[in-house]
Every structure is written in structure tokens, then in C-alpha cells.
Design a binder for this molecule. Structure first.
Ligand code: SF4
Length: 279
């Protein structure tokens, strides 16, 4: 059993492979149904955890509606305190410095040799075509919890950051009258709903970063493609990755108590294999 030659890679699938090659095998090659629900982080119970994930999904939909000019809820009518807090912070946030063309939930597919890489941006803010200082900002809404906001270096190294910026630069001609954007014209901004004292972190990009990410993704995809059978996709040696993994019973792993909670976005649907899906 090998990977479909037409498989479209994404932050979900490549992130799974980096976390654990066996998880990639089970999910994308064997297509093994998930036998377990996600384990909540810390002392949160399952229902509270699911409600938290659901809130994040609802926030994303409301923000999309906001940028599309569609009706959105009145914060005063919201009974869910956490969702109301996030929504009020979004409504009060200042986005005037973003380029004026706002494209929510934008999907792009970029080529990398024979492979294709898929990204779905929460928002792409782009300069008007006539603007001589063309720039593009990917904005990602994050509801990460914690005592401290995520650091610049953590966000810079995330597979999501590397894939999104690579995909934007590579596919940018389709957004810019046929002229590709230079990496230096592109940035990625994480908006942090839970950290009003530091509401966003912005990651710049450069030609050097782009070349490095291209090679990183090329090597990673080649390594995955070389897998010929199940044994080529070993279990991770980092058992913290098992803590929130739904394949724990298959692997007879339990995880560890010191595992960091997973990124809530990676628990949302992976749309890379169905880029035309509507939801
Ligand atoms: S339980 Fe652990 S070893 Fe098994 S797929 Fe998940 S992360 Fe990998």
C-alpha cells in the first residue's frame, strides 16, 4: 500500500508526518478510521474540550462572514463567555495597516516539482493591483490557550508558517496580474484571540527563507514518497506525540502527562484532498 501519486500535501499531512510517520501512514495511506476521540489537554473534560474546538470553528466562520460583508452576531446577545470575549476582541482589533484587498478563506495550490501543496488561508490581505508597494499578508486567527503568547521563533518554525508562505509566493502570480510576488513582499500574521496584551505576531519572509523552505519541503516529500510499506513509517520515538493521538489504542501507547496541547487548527478538517469542498 503506497501513497496515491495524486496526493495533495498540506500543513495537516506534513505536520502529521513530522509528528509521527506512523500517524501519516494510518491516516493518509491506510485510511484507518479514527478509533478514539481526541484526548483533552490538561484537566479539561472531553465535552469541554469539544466545546472549545467548536468555539474556534465558530469564530472562524464569523470572521469569514465579517470580511465578506455578511451579517454577524451582536456580541451582546452571546451567552458563551469565551466566544463573546474572542468576538469582542476581534471587533475591536485594528486592521487598518493590512493591505486593502481582503480575501477570506482563500485556497491555493502550489507546485513543488511533481508534488502539489495545498493551503487555505483564514485571510489574505493584498495590495490593490495599481499599488507600487505591493505586499501580501496571510492572517491566521488563533485561539491557542496558555499563560504566555507563543514566541516569534516558535511561530516562525511552524510547518503551517513555512507551507503557507511557500505556497503564497509560489502561486502568487495568479493573484497579482500574472506577476509573482517576491518573498520579501509577503508576511504571515498570527492574530492571538487569547492574548490582548500582544494581539498578533508577524513573520517576515525572504528569498533565503523561501529557498530553504523549498528544499525542506522537497526533501520531506521525497522521504514520504520513498515509503513502500507500513514498516517504512515507524512510530515516533517522542511519546508526547501519542498523548492526543486518536490511534493510541492501535499503537498501544498512552502518551505522557507533560505533552503540550495540540494546535487547535490541526484538529479542524483537512481539506487538502477535497479543495473544492463547501462547508
Ligand atoms: S499513537 Fe503515537 S505512535 Fe501511534 S500513530 Fe499516534 S503518535 Fe504515532
Amino acid at each position: 500500500m503506497t501513497l496515491d501519486p495524486a496526493f495533495v500535501f498540506s500543513q495537516h499531512s506534513l505536520g502529521d508526518y513530522l509528528d509521527c510517520p506512523r500517524r501519516f501512514y494510518l491516516k493518509y495511506i491506510a485510511r484507518q478510521p479514527w478509533p478514539l476521540i481526541e484526548t483533552p489537554p490538561g484537566d479539561m473534560d472531553v465535552m469541554a474540550y469539544r466545546a472549545y474546538l467548536q468555539r474556534g470553528a465558530v469564530l472562524h466562520r464569523w470572521i469569514e462572514r465579517y470580511w465578506l460583508g455578511l451579517p454577524t452576531p451582536d456580541a451582546a446577545t452571546l451567552s458563551d463567555e469565551e466566544l463573546r470575549t474572542w468576538w469582542v476582541r476581534f471587533q475591536q482589533a485594528d486592521f487598518h495597516d493590512l493591505p486593502p484587498v481582503r480575501l477570506p478563506e482563500l485556497e491555493l495550490v502550489a507546485a513543488l516539482d511533481e508534488a502539489r501543496i495545498y493551503a487555505r488561508f483564514d485571510l489574505l490581505a493584498l495590495s490593490a493591483p495599481e499599488d507600487p508597494e505591493t505586499r501580501a499578508v496571510i492572517v491566521d486567527w488563533k485561539t491557542l490557550r496558555g499563560t504566555q503568547p507563543p514566541s516569534f521563533s516558535f511561530l516562525r518554525q511552524r510547518i503551517q508558517t513555512r507551507i503557507y508562505l511557500y505556497t503564497l509566493v509560489t502561486a502568487s502570480a495568479s493573484l497579482n496580474n500574472g506577476r509573482p510576488l517576491e518573498p520579501e513582499q509577503c508576511t504571515m500574521r498570527y492574530w492571538l484571540a487569547n492574548f490582548p496584551q500582544q494581539p498578533w505576531v508577524e513573520i517576515p519572509y525572504s528569498r533565503t527563507d523561501y529557498e530553504r523552505d523549498s528544499q525542506f519541503l522537497r526533501d520531506l516529500i521525497a522521504q514520504i514518497r520513498q515509503g513502500r510499506n507500513e514498516t517504512d513509517f515507524p512510530m515516533t520515538s517522542d511519546e508526547r506525540q501519542c498523548t492526543f493521538c486518536t490511534y493510541r489504542t492501535l499503537c498501544r501507547r498512552t502518551g505522557t502527562p507533560d505533552a503540550p496541547p495540540p494546535d487547535e487548527e490541526l484538529l479542524m478538517p483537512d481539506l487538502s484532498s477535497v479543495p473544492d469542498v463547501e462547508y
